[in-house]
Design a protein around this ligand. Structure first.
Ligand code: FES
Length: 156
């Protein structure tokens, strides 16, 4: 019994303290397990295909492959696909090859850019003209430097 006449159970305070510590440790353990799972499952921003340098080397297509109007090919840059070709006006053009419908790789076909997955069709300006693609292809600025082609974002 306390000074004020209350009945105090000696073990109750000790048990409450132990349960509070046990609860805190449980929460800490759950957080330690859940955080790595959350980080693993949360989406990350895609890597910059230009690697912070503002331009990327085109692999799989050389300047000689697109020397004449109507010539073009698929290649890659910074881990992504692209189509590069010389248009009927003699201008060198490049687009990221990721179709704006569901992400398949489009193919240069001389007079158009075509997606085999669902029949999406783009004109040589990259505009979606037939099929399900909702938006134009992403254009890239392409330049020839010696024996190599480089692409950079149109906005730079
Ligand atoms: S992914 Fe290209 S048309 Fe569907």
């Amino acid at each position: 019994m306390s000074d004020r006449g209350e009945v105090v159970e000696e073990g109750a305070t000790g048990r409450r303290g132990f349960l509070a510590v046990l609860g805190g440790l449980t929460v800490a353990w759950l957080a330690a397990v859940a955080w790595p799972v959350f980080r693993y499952l949360s989406p990350r921003p895609p890597p910059d295909p230009f690697g912070g340098e503002g331009k990327a080397l085109v692999k799989g297509v050389a300047p000689g492959d697109v020397a004449r109007p109507g010539q073009g090919s698929n290649g890659s840059y910074g881990g992504r696909g692209l189509v590069v070709f010389r248009g009927p006006d003699g201008q060198l053009r490049a687009f990221d090859s990721k179709c704006t419908h569901a992400g398949c790789n489009v193919q240069f076909q001389g007079d158009r850019i075509y997606c085999n997955c669902h029949g999406g069709t783009y004109d040589l300006e990259g505009r979606n003209i037939a099929g399900p693609p909702p938006r134009p292809l992403t254009p890239l600025r392409v330049t020839a430097e010696g024996d190599s082609l480089f692409v950079s974002p149109m906005s730079s």
